[in-house]
Design a protein around this ligand. Sequence first.
Ligand code: UDP
Length: 377
Amino acid sequence: MSKPVIFCVIGTRPEAIKVAPVMLEFLKFSEVCTPMLISTGQHKEILYQSLATFGLKPNEDLEIMQHGSSLAQVTCRALDGLDNLVQKYQPAYILGQGDTTTTLVAAMDAFYRNVPFGHIEAGLRTDTVRNPFPEEYNRRVASVTADLHFPPTTWSRDNLLHEHHDPSKIFVTGNTGIDAVVLAANQGEQPWFPEHTGRVVLMTTHRRENWGEPQKNIATAALALVNKFPDVLLVTAMHPNPTVRETLIPILGNHDRIKLIEPPEYELFVKLMQRSTLILSDSGGVQEEAPAFGIPVLVLRDTTERPEGVTAGTAKLVGTNTDRIIEEGTTLLGDPAAYKAMANAVSPYGDGKASERIRYLVLKSLGIETPEVPMWN
Ligand code: UDP
């Protein structure tokens, strides 16, 4: 009997990072299955860069991205391209991760072609389908399609239960992003900014809903914090998106304690997180990863689909108001007790074994028994 083909579909940097440990896990079992890493090519350089940390490259890359494409164009090209690959390789299972257009397309094509679909990082929700746009819509559609749901936490599991998804198909695995961060942290030794003896504050901001005025406010607040704390070096890993850069460079581009750097590849970014005292970010992945190292995150958004960190005390939702960011940043940089309370809070996002659980559950659903790992929760 031929081995079942398992498609691990990715398109963007966060998917590459969070699917890489799952792909590596299936590769350990390549005697019984044939995993394939399929990229739609929604992101290019930063996707390959992230995969390099794990020694992976896509088996197929649809390279769908063209400058200035609309969401509808991206969706059509990705769906058409993926459908051709599904016909060519006849996968027995399709896995998608998170909430991107690629995830939406993977879920849709699995549905059209009647291939079981597993949703990694299922059940994250805000209370409105339009925010974040289009991610909230994408992940809701993925849930409708999924045969197996892999929520990272009990909170995300409960969201799925409230929507009446079949409880026997929902498994709390922990977040595969924690598997990834553990793998990356254990590789090599790259000290970052060793010439700077003071504290490092790391900032990333790229979300569509923060483009323009909110991002101006964020940059203005970051500048004020640097001016207020003379031992602080602000390092901003700049997303390649030109809209983001046009806002950040005029405000932050001319200060001797501010470094605007190209987005470091994943392993280096993890080292940079480990070197940081505080992180200001609107990234979803960073909110999950930083608590694994005990680093507080001020979340530069008004809503988050990751309230577990806020409840556990590892992250604080501060929005994009300049004064509020300065106030919260000042508390953490200036008050050791407040800092310690956040730094010592326990990460709710996983134990680094999510990929093993997913491998076990997917192969089991295909009638293949492999070693079982007790669920995360
Ligand atoms: N990341 C990276 N280099 C950077 C910034 C982020 O490798 O310069 C990683 C980060 O560790 C996390 C992922 O990229 O795993 C998050 O991606 P992003 O912020 O683009 O997306 P989100 O998580 O908000 O969907």
